[in-house]
Design a protein around this ligand. Sequence first.
Ligand code: NAD
Length: 354
Amino acid sequence: MSGIGTGFVFAGISPRVVFGAGTLARVGDEIRRLGRSRALVLSTPNQAGDAAALSAALGDLSAGIFAAAEMHTPVAVTARAVEAYRAAGADCVVALGGGSTIGLGKAIATRTGADQVAVPTTYAGSEMTDILGETEGGRKTTRRDASIRPETVVYDVDLTLGLPVAMTVTSALNAIAHAVEALYAPDANPVIGLMSIDGVRAFREGLPVVAATPRDREARAQVLYGAWLCSIALGYTTMSLHHKLAHVLGGSFGTPHAETHAILLPHTAGFNAAGTDRLAEIAALFGGSVGGGLWDFAKSLGAPLRLSELGLSEADLDRAAAIAVENRYANPRPFEEDDIRALLQAAWEGTRPD
Ligand code: NAD
């Protein structure tokens, strides 16, 4: 098990989590529990209706709505949100949505000291982490700091029942990627390792049921539980090759976040499985082969399998491979630019890894 022999640091796990069906009704109590009384409710334009309903349900505890969150947390959007936060006299935020909305909540909190209640509606997993990525002038910068982490997370299964199947699947594969990389992370520890494996198991069992019957509340609960565990995995370890490549493709070529993770995962995990024994339980969960098993799983769920589908050209792969080796970082299997180029080619063509 990760880290026992080599020693480890375990720093505890926060934030507080309220999990279950119908828990959205408990957001008001959670705001009061934090000693706050005026929440700015955040969402994307897509989820503005849900944000308005939540704001109405919160009554006097709501200071208003800011429904303009965008992917990759543009600094210009954050500036407008901070203005709205101050103008409303708010003292906390409630981020209702996926990683984009939760990212905006974090960005507001770092600038104002606001407490955050995160209410995730995808499986991307920003809510348990101390990570904030922001974009300005086409450049994404990412930082980690304990103050970035939300104070409370409310997981309401009911909010995920309508998550479209395609988004459900790519978002889940994005979450699984966090758990896989946590298992061989340089700062892995046995507790996060257990959570990572159980998180992947929850997706392995629940996702096929959700893909077939998206409104199955029990299967949705199992998958949301997996999302919680995989978010912890991301929030308490340092990611390696898979995340580096996803960051390069998203940052330099504008590929969509969840789809990029979903397509890369079988290839990066398969590549790294040859360099570590820490993925043995992942292999067992997926029929004995990490790369091939994850690829079969993704295919069976109708996930995108080819980077070419995301508009990348083969020339882009040359550039991406060069960028990916510019800075060195911990990875269980050593690699050179040629290895990355070959991995990207396989992901571009959508071939099944061994
Ligand atoms: P997203 O938040 O961008 O959501 C995509 C779209 O789906 C939005 O329009 C949203 O309103 C809609 N949506 C969300 N939930 C829905 C639901 N239940 N039903 C219907 N529509 C719904 O997508 P995401 O994949 O959750 O987040 C991606 C972003 O999060 C990226 O910017 C990524 O960098 C960031 N992220 C950050 C971290 C971190 O720790 N900082 C972790 C994971 C992801």
